[in-house]
Design a protein around this ligand. Structure first.
Ligand code: NAD
Length: 309
């Protein structure tokens, strides 16, 4: 397949996310002018994990650029669970903070489930609180995990109405696979969740008009897994050795998705690249959730779409 020219439309998540952030910034400006309200996001990071530090810095910068208040709480790796819970409690009660995000992973001595459960569900902009999981499952307004929300926005931008489409989601994690499936069900797709125990995965995937891969296996989805013309959303972020053997020997890496992009581009109707596809949508949706949360707290009708509501 590798010699075949690409035919698929490449979905530019980077551009879509930039446009969404600009819309959010305008809506935030209006909130400030009309209602004297500035949405605020608090990000909490415990320890020195380098990847987490980069994510948190990017979140802080983009929150600030959108005109929102951005507070980053950098806690020492030795922080106790009790200390973290007491910070969450203070943020829950802070009227200037509308979104609280605890960067995962947390150090092993802290129970992440307990910490996530302590966040006020109406400030849970990651959408991981069990109350928001339940709201999504029940089709009630809540806060939806950012990555699947971003995938849905890209799909709706491309297709408009998704009613009746066959969707296959590979991966059943709580942060991507399951909420993605719920969102697609909410859009009246016929949804299959595939996972590590699924039999004949390629055949299951070939049924899909919409194929979402959220697995964490580099370039697993090949051309013959894809129905011609299907839309392929690649959530995976996998670091693999550089293609250049000299650089690879020096330990240089590159990032690939769960989909073999070159193969997919020759068969699919549309496909997200990695990087530049789903990735940039995640922080944009975090800002959207913070904006939505601030509007709801003040009883103001949001100007931006509440896709998940
Ligand atoms: P996870 O490890 O929690 O879940 C992976 C899922 O894939 C599991 O449900 C498992 O059943 C399934 N799986 C594993 N091996 C499989 C196989 N061989 N065949 C079929 N299914 C298989 O991962 P996650 O947190 O859901 O993340 C998935 C990927 O998405 C990772 O690469 C992660 O880095 C990436 N991710 C990207 C973003 C983003 O912003 N773009 C956000 C979150 C996660």
């Amino acid at each position: 397949m590798s010699d075949t020219a690409p035919t698929a439309r490449v979905i530019d998540g980077k551009a879509y996310a930039a446009a969404l952030r600009a819309r959010i910034a305008r809506a935030v400006e209006t909130l400030k002018l009309r209602h004297n309200l500035q949405p605020g996001l608090a990000v909490v990071i415990v320890g020195e994990d380098p990847a987490s530090q980069i994510y948190v810095r990017n979140k802080g910068e983009q929150t600030h650029e959108a005109g929102m208040r951005s507070d980053t709480h950098r806690l020492d790796a030795s922080t106790t669970e009790e200390q973290l819970l007491s910070l969450i409690d203070a943020l829950n009660g802070d009227p200037h903070i509308h979104g609280i995000l605890v960067q995962l992973p947390l150090p092993a001595h802290i129970d992440a489930t307990k910490v996530l459960a302590a966040i006020d569900p109406d400030k849970d902009v990651d959408g991981f609180h069990i109350i928001n999981v339940g709201r999504l499952a029940a089709g009630l307004p809540g806060l939806v995990p950012c990555t699947p929300l971003g995938c849905l926005m890209l799909l709706k931008d491309l297709h408009g109405d998704l009613t009746g489409k066959r969707a296959v989601v590979i991966g059943r994690s709580n942060i991507v696979g399951k909420p993605m499936a719920q969102l697609l069900l909410g859009e009246s797709c016929t949804v299959t969740i595939a996972h590590s125990r699924t039999r004949d995965l390629p055949a299951v995937c070939r049924e899909a008009d919409i194929l979402v891969a959220a697995v964490g296996r580099p370039e697993m989805v090949k051309a013959d897994w894809i129905k011609p013309g299907a839309t392929v959303i690649d959530v995976g972020i996998n670091r693999v050795p550089s293609l250049d053997p000299v650089k690879a020997a020096e330990g240089k890496t590159r990032v690939v998705g769960d989909v073999d992009f070159k193969e997919a581009a020759a068969v699919a109707g549309a496909v997200t690249p990695v990087p530049g596809g789903v990735g940039p949508m995640t922080i944009a949706c975090l800002l959207l959730n913070t904006y939505t949360s601030a509007c709801r707290a003040a009883g103001i009708e949001p100007e931006l779409p509440e896709l998940a509501a």
